[in-house]
Design a binder for this molecule. Structure first.
Ligand SMILES: Cc1cc2nc3c(=O)[nH]c(=O)nc-3n(C[C@H](O)[C@H](O)[C@H](O)COP(=O)(O)O)c2cc1C
Length: 348
């Protein structure tokens, strides 16, 4: 069977069975989440993914409440299918952002960037939304479910953007067998349907992909940003390097460019100034933290792929062209179904 030949109907039916719990949780055709990507996951990509049968998620990022309300309304104008909103837990107006989601009848709120306060989970649930949280370890997964999380995402260090230290391969083994009470979605480095299938077979309810959707035709990212993804290989998507234990750098996986090289020099120079007594430690730490401020927007929106941040997962090597969201979803589903069919053939 070639990559293009359709799999038999029974293989799609088997895949539907494996995705049933995750798809029912989202109310979508497939248990495939569009991972929220700041600046990238706005109304056009989110609606395109939901219209294609996946579950699109708006990245709220640093948006203020009125701007988020606008984005939700804009998305609702482009799709009648369900979609979610991803809120960063350290946003100073987290509570108001939850209110905005509830007022707009958003069915699913994804809390990212840390363990959400119990009050935010409670508010979201009392307002009728389902709550999805990121679990970086088994103990935290259990704690989040006790606090009311209706589903979890486990995101491996292969992912694009801010990352933890552990690969999805290991997180999946540590968490999936023990977390059966709620649906668990896997993320990080997933670029093909065969991988989705194997995680479903391990007990995942579905998968969240980010990088693979950046080059969707509907995605508003600058053509230069998309081109960098099309050219990029897995080995180009590297975590940020921390030069000195005393000056913390939050790891972010991104394609290497002039900006990432200069970041090393900037850290070295800032640390030198601190050691020479020219600058206080907290000021030096803040300088390092602020280096990347606005850098993702510069790359995604302005197309400055040399100095901006090209956040991308290791799956970037599997992004080879710009194509409609529906075509990407179909490819992933076909690959998974074909893998099911191939196994049956091999076993016969
Ligand atoms: C450009 C970019 C921006 C991202 N921004 C966010 C974000 O704002 N919030 C979030 O929870 N995750 C963010 N992520 C992570 C994705 O939601 C998703 O979990 C990740 O892309 C999955 O790994 P993959 O890229 O290998 O598919 C971002 C990822 C990328 C590539």
């Amino acid at each position: 069977m070639t990559d293009n030949a359709p799999a038999p109907d029974w293989a799609y039916a088997e895949l539907d069975g494996l995705m049933a719990r995750g798809a029912a949780f989202f109310g979508s055709r497939y248990a495939l989440m569009g991972g929220a990507m700041s600046w990238v996951s706005e109304r056009h990509l989110v609606a395109a993914l939901s219209n294609a049968g996946a579950f699109g998620v708006i990245a709220c990022g640093a948006m203020e409440p009125p701007r988020l309300a606008e984005e939700i309304a804009g998305t609702q104008a482009l799709t009648s299918k369900p979609f979610g909103v991803n809120l960063i837990t350290m946003h100073p107006r987290l509570d108001q952002l939850v209110d905005v989601c509830l007022a707009a009848h958003v069915g699913h709120i994804v809390f990212a960037g840390g363990i959400p306060p119990g009050s935010a989970i409670k508010k979201a649930k009392e307002g009728g939304a389902k709550v999805v949280c990121f679990a970086p370890a088994l103990v935290l997964a259990k704690r989040l479910v006790r606090s009311g999380a209706d589903a979890l995402v486990i995101e491996g260090s292969e992912a694009g953007g801010h990352i933890g230290p552990v690969s999805l391969n290991v997180l999946a083994q540590e968490i999936l067998p023990h977390m059966t009470d709620v649906p668990v979605f896997v993320a990080g480095g997933i670029g093909r349907g065969e991988a989705i299938l194997s995680y479903l077979e391990m007990g995942a309810a579905g998968a969240q992909l980010g990088t693979r959707f950046v080059c969707a035709t509907e995605c508003i990212a600058h053509p230069a940003f998309k081109q960098a993804f099309i050219r990029g290989n897995a080995r180009d998507a590297m975590p940020t390097v921390q030069l000195d234990d005393a000056f913390q750098v939050i790891p972010v996986r991104a394609l290497q460019n002039a900006g990432t090289k200069r970041f090393l020099e900037f850290q070295a120079e800032t640390i030198r100034r601190f050691r020479a007594g020219e600058v206080e430690k907290d000021v030096a730490q803040l300088d390092i933290e602020h280096y990347w401020a606005g850098a993702l927007r510069r790359a995604v929106i302005d197309g400055d792929v040399e100095n901006g941040s090209l956040m991308a997962g290791q799956s970037v090597g599997m992004v080879t062209k710009e194509q409609p969201a529906a075509e990407i979803i179909k490819e992933l589903v076909d690959q998974a179904a074909m893998a099911i069919a191939a196994r049956r053939r091999n076993a016969a």
